[in-house]
Design a protein around this ligand. Structure first.
Ligand code: XMP
Length: 508
């Protein structure tokens, strides 16, 4: 077990992830946790993370000197390294030599354990304003930048190591080698941990936390909420009560398909068909933000009413992932609202439930792996993301049952045709959008005046940026013909060829 003391860096979770990839268990805990707590966890090594503050700021994160008497190796990264240097009598300076981004470093000690198998010079990723002006007494300089700033040092007899750069980011060459050296050559880790062990650990954690209490969960049919539910039900069985709300904005046969899967997974699901309520509330609404707001509020009300039927519930299970945690952490810092996103995570605060988030340290691909290990069907594990407000944000203009049916039919045709092509399995999302305009066409010998369907397919790794996918021409051709021939009210199909930015993935 490696403990990462988090001083607030945006990369802390990435360190944990890299360590997991090297098959060593790691835990992130806040820098100010009580020292006995750390001792009880019996770590093989400790990493002090980077952080946004300067070690010279008042009230900046620090660690007690006792930590260095545990007899386990300690690695400071960026802020963590400067903190160690300061605690051991080194000098930190701010200002003149800030370094952000790619920087070359040269090794000063070619025999150091930390840099074993690394070349004499290579590029690393720096992100710091302060730097070490004088190393602590007894410290050995292991590497420095072209500008002569210490990039790494060690006080070997005390088991102390420091890196000014971030070994965890992909832009640092030999970063994985350096982390492996710390884990295996310095801490003596064995590397026999995997995500299967994570499941065992989390099952125990959920059992301990919830004791005998009931847990409520909102299921959406997506991978995050499903994996969180399956994991929790493995831990507490029937004490987990899931609520699945049909908002009338789902895709073709989606509710039936998803409920069938939940049955196979033995989840205890309360199904609520609230389609009428949602569609009534959306009548006459055209503005995208207004649509989102109405759907969010209606969802909360429906969920609350259903949850009220479940007695003695103390916990609310959510499928929050690490990127959601980062995003919400950065909220409120002047970022502009592009779209008011919401999903089953946007639940009422006044429900007075404690929040259970077993997946909050994980990235999406890890959740997919865990889902597969837990026996979650492939169809859910590899499901494309689907927005909380569903087809409402793909049915531009006023939403009606007929228009939703038209959109569903077109969307299903695109899915059927596209999924016959290999390219389909590389996309992040692919779907149809129903446009609120009519154009002239000719069918048989008659003039038509009907609506337009747009096809959207994008590739992305996180939904933050995206590029449009070059869908094979024959797929586009078959899709367009089938849509126009079989769906009344559509006489034209167009393709969206914009990336994000400047567009967004969804059209509203
Ligand atoms: P945009 O359209 O903002 O979408 O480029 C980025 C990703 O987020 C999904 N999305 C949502 N997901 N609730 C969600 O859970 C929402 O309100 C929502 N709006 C957009 C979108 O499908 C894409 O994957």
């Amino acid at each position: 077990n490696i403990i990462i003391l988090d001083c607030g860096s945006q990369f802390t979770q990435l360190i944990a992830r890299r360590i997991r990839e090297l098959k060593v268990h790691s835990e992130i805990i806040p820098w100010d946790v009580c020292i006995d707590d750390i001792r009880q966890r019996k770590p093989r090594g400790i990493i002090i993370s980077g952080g946004p503050q300067s070690v010279m700021d008042e009230d900046s994160p620090t660690v007690p000197m006792e930590l260095f008497e545990f007899g386990v190796p300690i690695l400071g990264v960026c802020y963590g390294m400067q903190l160690i240097a300061k605690l051991f009598g080194g000098q930190i300076e701010s200002g003149s030599s800030r370094e952000y981004g790619r920087t070359a470093i040269s090794l000063k000690d070619l025999n150091s354990l930390l840099f074993k198998s690394a070349p004499g010079t290579f590029e690393v990723w720096m992100s710091h304003g302060d730097h070490i002006a004088k190393l602590p007494d007894g410290a050995l300089l292991l590497a420095e930048t072209d500008g002569g700033v210490p990039a790494a040092f060690a006080i070997e007899e005390k088991g102390i190591w420091g890196l000014q750069f971030h070994p965890e980011v992909a832009h640092t060459q030999n970063g994985i080698t350096i982390l492996s050296n710390f884990l295996f050559n310095i801490c003596g880790c064995t590397g026999d941990w995997d995500l299967g062990s994570w499941i065992d650990m989390m099952v125990k954690d959920v059992q301990q936390k919830t004791e005998n209490a009931r847990v409520i969960c909102g299921l959406s049919g997506g991978v995050d909420s499903t994996v969180a539910a399956v994991l929790t039900s493995k831990a507490i069985g029937d004490r987990l009560e899931c609520i699945f709300v049909n908002n009338g904005l789902l895709r073709h046969r989606e509710a039936e398909r998803v409920l069938e899967k939940y049955k196979q997974l033995d989840l205890n699901v309360h199904y609520v068909d609230a389609s009428n309520r949602f569609l009534d509330a959306l009548k006459g609404v055209i503005d995208p933000e207004q649509k989102r707001k109405i759907i969010g509020e209606t969802f909360i009300r429906v969920f609350e009413a259903e949850a009220a039927k479940i007695h003695n519930a103390e916990w609310l299970l959510q499928g929050t992932l690490y990127p959601d945690v980062i995003e919400s952490g950065h909220k409120g810092k002047g970022a502009s609202v592009i779209k008011s996103h919401h999903n089953v995570g946007g639940l009422p605060e006044d429900m007075k439930l404690k929040v259970l988030e077993p997946l909050r340290d994980l990235f999406k691909d890890e959740v997919r792996t865990i889902g597969a290990l837990l026996g979650v069907p492939e169809e859910i594990v590899n499901r494309q993301p689907f927005p909380g407000p569903g087809l409402a944000v793909r049915c531009l203009g006023e939403i009606s049952r007929d228009r939703l049916d038209t959109l569903r039919a077109a969307d299903e045709i695109f899915r059927e045709e596209f999924s016959k092509s290999e390219t389909y399995f590389t996309v992040w999302q692919s779907f149809c959008v129903l446009l609120p305009i009519k154009t002239v066409g000719v069918m048989g010998d008659s003039r038509t005046y009907a609506e337009v369907v747009a096809l959207r397919a994008v590739e992305s790794s996180d939904g933050m940026t995206a590029d449009w996918v070059r869908v094979p021409y024959d797929v586009l051709d078959r899709t367009a013909r089938r849509i126009c021939n079989s769906i009344k009210g559509i006489n034209r199909v167009v393709l969206d060829v914009t990336s994000k930015p400047p567009s967004t993935i969804e059209w509203e």
